[in-house]
Design a protein around this ligand. Structure first.
Ligand code: HPA
Length: 254
């Protein structure tokens, strides 16, 4: 294989279009990778893309697995184990999330500085993998240097970014107003249904992580508003070009 990537990207909501910018050298359908989870949604079979982005070799996951779909934590995080085996050193992830910080607006980009794991099962439960210790440290789950780099790039490009704590819950329901308020009180700035399992396993493998949330709706304030999947998609799509711009530049410079 000509491509020997050290950088991986999970193309979550808000980063899908980044795939169009990858000069693809190889595409591997998930169905051809032994033990890889299979997407159950027809027409969304999912694949690994290998190629060049910002002059760097990258591996991108097109299609990710959510716990709410019924996959086990082992399945949700298996792709990160594969990344480790391939020699990946840095992982970029994105997601859509509901803002619980009253100073946020829909369409904000939130750089994830830390997380609160509210998933009902831990991705490292069970026999410990020898990639990391039984009781892994999590004091810097999101790499500080990558956060600083993102801030620099955002400032250069005049893109406003927020910083905050991402709280991950299993879904698939969006939160009730009372749940949004509870999560805000617990210290969350945004809440979503993904990312944390992959980030924990990446840390356990010694892979540095950079994560962003696109704030697609706001919850828990005085007037409860309805949240829909469509609304989340529309808000995320609007911010895609800015997100793509920051990520491309980060990959080039990191
Ligand atoms: N909650 C959970 N997941 C989400 C939300 C939310 O409000 N918005 C987008 N993904």
């Amino acid at each position: 294989m000509a491509t020997k990537p050290q950088t991986a990207i999970i193309l979550g909501t808000g980063l899908g279009r980044l795939a169009d910018e990858i000069v693809i050298e190889q595409e591997i359908p998930y169905s051809e990778i032994p033990n890889f989870p299979q997407s159950t949604v027809e027409g969304h079979s999912g694949k690994l893309l290998l190629g060049k982005l910002g002059g760097k070799d990258v591996l991108a996951m097109q299609g990710r697995f959510h716990f709410y779909e019924g996959y086990s934590m082992r399945e949700v995080t298996f792709p990160v184990r594969v990344m480790y085996e391939l020699g990946i050193q840095t992982l970029f992830v994105s997601n859509a999330a509901g803002g619980t910080n009253p100073s946020f607006s829909v369409g904000d980009i939130m750089i994830i500085t830390d997380h609160i794991n509210f998933f009902p099962e831990h991705p490292l439960r069970g026999k410990n993998f020898p990639t990391g210790p039984r009781f892994p440290d999590m004091h810097e789950a999101y790499d500080k240097n990558l956060i600083a780099l993102a801030d620099t790039i955002a400032q250069e490009k005049g893109i406003k970014v927020q910083h905050g704590v991402y709280l991950g819950t299993q879904g698939p329901t969006f939160e009730t107003p009372a749940e949004y308020r509870m999560f805000a009180r617990l210290g969350a700035d945004a809440v979503g249904m993904s990312t944390i399992p992959e980030v924990i396993v990446a840390n356990h493998c010694g892979i540095k992580v950079f994560g962003v949330s696109i704030i697609t709706d706001l919850g828990g304030f005085d007037n409860p508003v309805e949240v829909s999947h469509e609304e989340v998609q529309v808000a995320a799509n609007k911010v895609q070009p800015l997100m793509t711009d920051i990520m491309r530049e980060m990959i080039k410079r990191s």
